[in-house]
Design a protein around this ligand. Structure first.
Ligand SMILES: N[C@@H](CCC(=O)N[C@@H](CS)C(=O)NCC(=O)O)C(=O)O
Length: 377
């Protein structure tokens, strides 16, 4: 049962005068704003696939101020998934598609893409790490689900990578479909959507199997690589990523079947809407950069564009950043320092990387994909 100790400190009525430009005329509207402040609370939430657990939620607070005062963005990341979030043991540097979104948020908020501390998390540790306030945002191949959005107390920014769960097997195993795994063993990581999907899909297909569950990616991979399992299941992006770490990557293949929908993207604590807006519009900035052909290479020339849409995106005109407490050139900083979506994708997952992942659903809507940013207006 939820023990919600939500204290409404004050309903502050503000009388705001909002100027609304409409049809060429200017009108004045009176707006009542009620502000609700949440304080630290403890609730019981269902653990992923398990018993309810007590969770301490940090005060939703003003994350923007916290980050600005600290001068560094704390980003929950992944250390074990090359291409998405990976800690290079030689350089001790994090890199990957998700890490670039951490950098993009830092560029927008602090004007410096390098002002990021990545805190590595596992499937199980990631949610308490965000709930407790240890990190400001989680960008770590995390699937947007209703329970994470509601009972776990998060808000998801737009999906940055549309994925689905897959199954890897050895090429010489003769396994060509999930049905061939009847009676077999499957390596899977705990604290993930993967674990539940596997059970649901195999039950629905009436395939008997034995799950072997591990707490993190390295132990799951090691077990599969050593022959402890016939199959290894996770998001297809994760499989492609983990494949390069196997002792003989070419000896393995990913089955065609897709077992689930896995929309992956950044998430923040529920309750700090402004911070949620910031992370959301950083993602939309990267989509819009690609849509309007603004790249890290040409962004300075684009400042002189006479296209009003580009002027708004880059903050040459308007005050779209100020409304979130950012500078108006926040999207300029993102594109200049980190790049647009296509640049981020190609740098980490594109044809010049070991992954060479086709864009598929992760193309712009204009190219038949699902990426669609609302107007910078
Ligand atoms: N998208 C799924 C799975 C995400 C996930 O945790 N995948 C694993 C397997 S690739 C992972 O990133 N493991 C890294 C680790 O825990 O060390 C979810 O949100 O539950």
């Amino acid at each position: 049962m939820n023990r919600k100790h939500l204290i409404i400190i004050a309903g502050i009525l503000l009388l705001a005068l909002v100027l609304v430009a409409c049809g060429g005329t200017t009108q004045t509207e009176q707006v009542e704003v009620t502000r609700i402040v949440e304080v630290t609370r403890v609730v019981e939430v269902p653990a992923e696939g398990g018993e309810p657990q007590a969770v301490t939620f940090a005060e939703a607070g003003d994350t923007l101020k916290t980050v600005r005062d600290r001068g560094v963005l704390k980003c929950g990341g992944n250390a074990n998934v090359p291409g998405f979030g990976y800690l290079d043991p030689d350089t001790n540097q994090f890199s990957g598609f998700d890490i670039d979104f951490c950098r993009a948020i830092a560029a927008a908020v602090l004007g410096d893409a390098n002002a990021v501390e990545v805190i590595p998390t596992t499937g199980t540790s990631r949610f308490p790490t965000l709930q407790s306030g240890e990190v400001d945002v989680l960008v770590r191949n995390t699937t947007w689900t209703i329970s994470r959005d509601t009972s776990l107390g998060f808000d998801f920014a737009p999906t940055t990578f549309y994925d689905g769960q897959g199954m890897m097997v050895r090429k010489d195993s003769g396994i060509t479909s999930l049905a061939d795994l009847e009676g077999g063993t499957i390596c899977v990581q705990s604290g993930t959507t993967t674990e539940k999907n596997l059970a649901d899909v195999m039950r629905a297909l009436d395939i008997a199997y034995e799950p072997k569950v591990f707490p993190d990616a390295p132990s799951t991979l090691e077990a599969y690589d050593s022959g402890a399992c016939d199959g290894f299941t996770t998001d297809k992006s994760g499989l492609v990523s983990q494949q390069v770490l196997l002792s003989d990557p070419s000896a393995h293949t990913i089955l065609d079947e897709t077992m689930s929908k896995e929309p992956l993207g950044p998430l923040v604590r529920h309750g700090d809407n402004n911070w949620g807006d910031i992370v959301t519009w950083v993602v939309f900035c990267t989509f819009s950069g690609e849509e309007y052909g603004i790249t890290s290479e040409n962004v300075d020339d684009m400042l002189n564009s006479d296209d009003p849409v580009i002027q708004n995106i880059l903050g040459v005109t308007g005050d779209l950043g100020t409304a979130m407490g950012l500078s108006n050139d926040f999207c300029y900083q993102v594109i200049k320092q980190v790049g647009n979506y296509e640049e981020i994708y190609n740098r980490n997952l594109g044809p010049d990387t070991p992954f060479n992942l086709p864009r598929g659903l992760n193309a712009l809507y204009t190219e038949g994909g699902l990426l669609y940013a609302p107007p910078f207006r």
